[in-house]
Design a protein around this ligand. Structure first.
Ligand SMILES: NC(=O)c1ccc[n+]([C@@H]2O[C@H](COP(=O)([O-])OP(=O)(O)OC[C@H]3O[C@@H](n4cnc5c(N)ncnc54)[C@H](O)[C@@H]3O)[C@@H](O)[C@H]2O)c1
Ligand SMILES: [Zn+2]
Ligand SMILES: [Zn+2]
Length: 431
């Protein structure tokens, strides 16, 4: 099959690799119809996550069609359309039983590697380094999914891929980020980062009752989307003194909660941000926690700082004195995706949320290296890319079905028709 493989910093390639096979009785094999590129993939692309190996297949925001089932999978049949959560969970361990799915004790075969860095291992994850299990990702034609009965979410045919794909990661991530803020009526929530995770954090903060949301980024089109789709007020890092403005906008008290939807690759020109950059580029540090510092500083006394943004190792100069003396609550974690998939699917079905608004690009798998580049550089107004592995280069992908027939010179007949693949119509040519 074809798959998008990691080869090093800013080097990803589409290669032909062996098809996945069933390894365990609780596995399923999925034919991928849509796989998104996540901001977390950029941490791999930028070379920040250790224990990657050349040839590793990326991709953890996946959905598709079940094509093979292990003997112990009970709840699915071939042909089912499913969304795959990005963390892998056994469903039976201490942590799974507590609904702490991203902390599953049984899904990381390389637990020892993660324990060295973190003390205890988190759950295994698709396409996210050997420390996280070395599982192949789904930016590929096929994907092996362990513990299929526990993780897979069957989705109704009437919903397009575009509407349900983000149940695999970023919609639950935005939801958990907002839920962690314990929003009360009248609250103001400040959200750093207006990438996909920030956009969903904003929407979910609204769903959970925030009166005001203040969105912060340095990309005008991302801020514009936050304003339009999330009715957020916006601050541009390049033009505004963020801390002063947040104070002004909240009567001097500070936002009730602050969400860091940026993580370890924050940019900025403040002295601490410049120092972070020097440290990480000289291997004296692993993370650039400028936004986390700012969020802690800005948050009102007794407020919550919620951190969906990913940090990998050790972060310097975190103002812990502020956390203690302002009585802040700090909440974080890889998302317990399984916990949120079904309730959020219900919200999509009820038209309370349509996650497809963040998609700016759809591409074939062959075009994925270009996709990574424009997503990382924020070119072409790129906010979210969905890869369509069933789509060949140069074949058109469109939102409406179509068919046509032509008689060609010489008597040949050319027939053209579209086939529905998740979220749209792929043009097929038949002679
Ligand atoms: N916890 C989880 O389970 C989970 C799941 C998915 C993604 N994530 C993480 O969430 C973070 C965001 O993901 P994404 O897909 O939205 O990524 P993204 O790279 O598209 O978005 C990050 C945004 O942060 C902005 N930014 C950078 N520096 C900033 C600053 N100083 N102030 C304000 N904004 C700044 C960037 O301009 C960009 O718009 C990443 O760290 C990703 O790894 C976590
Ligand atoms: Zn992700
Ligand atoms: Zn478990």
């Amino acid at each position: 099959m074809k798959a998008l493989c990691w080869y090093g910093k800013h080097d990803v390639r589409v290669e032909t690799v062996p098809d996945p096979t069933l390894l365990n009785p609780r596995d399923a094999i999925i034919k991928i119809t849509s796989a998104a590129i996540c901001g977390s993939d950029l941490h791999l692309y930028d070379g920040y996550i250790p224990t990657m190996e050349k040839g590793d297949i990326l991709g953890h925001e996946n959905m598709g069609e079940v094509v093979e089932l292990g003997t112990e999978v009970r709840h699915f049949r071939k042909g089912d359309r499913v969304v795959v959560p990005f963390t892998i969970s056994c469903g039976r361990c201490f942590f799974c039983e507590k609904q702490l799915w991203s902390l599953c004790d049984n899904s990381n075969p390389n637990a020892r590697k993660a324990e060295k860095l973190y003390g205890y291992t988190p759950a295994g994850m698709f396409g996210y380094s050997h420390m996280m299990g070395g599982y192949a990702g789904g930016q590929a034609e096929y994907l092996r999914v362990p513990f299929a009965d526990v993780g897979l979410l069957k989705v109704p045919q009437e919903l397009t891929d575009d509407k349900v794909l983000f149940l695999s990661d970023i919609l639950p991530t935005g939801y958990m980020a907002a839920e962690n803020c314990q929003i009360e009526p009248g609250d103001t929530v400040a959200v750093w980062g207006c990438g996909p995770v920030g956009q969903f954090s904003i929407q979910c903060a609204r769903l959970l009752g925030a009166e005001r949301v203040i969105a912060i980024d340095d990309e005008p089109e991302r801020l514009a989307l936050a304003e339009k789709a999330g009715t957020a007020e916006t601050l541009n890092v390049d033009d505004d003194d963020i801390l002063e403005k947040l104070k002004d906008m909240t009567g001097g008290r500070g936002p009730d909660s602050c969400i860091d939807a940026v993580g370890m690759e924050a940019h900025g020109m403040t002295p601490d941000a410049v120092l972070d950059r020097v440290k990480t580029s000289t291997l004296l540090g692993t993370d650039r926690p400028h936004v986390l510092r700012q969020a802690i500083h800005a948050c009102r006394k007794g407020g919550t700082v919620s951190v969906p943004g990913v940090y990998g190792g050790f972060a310097d100069k975190i103002p812990l004195g502020q956390v203690v003396n302002k009585g802040l609550t700090l909440k974080s974690g890889q998302t317990h995706v399984h916990r949120y998939m079904r309730p959020l699917l219900d919200k999509i079905l009820a038209d309370e949320i349509d996650p497809s608004f963040i998609i700016t690009h759809r591409m074939s798998l062959d075009d994925a290296p270009h996709g990574y580049e424009i997503f990382q550089k924020h070119q072409d107004n790129c906010i979210k890319i969905v890869l369509k592995p069933a789509l060949g280069t140069g074949l058109a992908f469109q939102s409406e079905p179509a068919a046509a027939q032509f008689d060609l010179t010489g008597g040949a007949r050319f027939e053209y028709q579209t086939q529905e693949i998740g979220g749209g119509f792929l043009c097929h040519k038949f002679h």
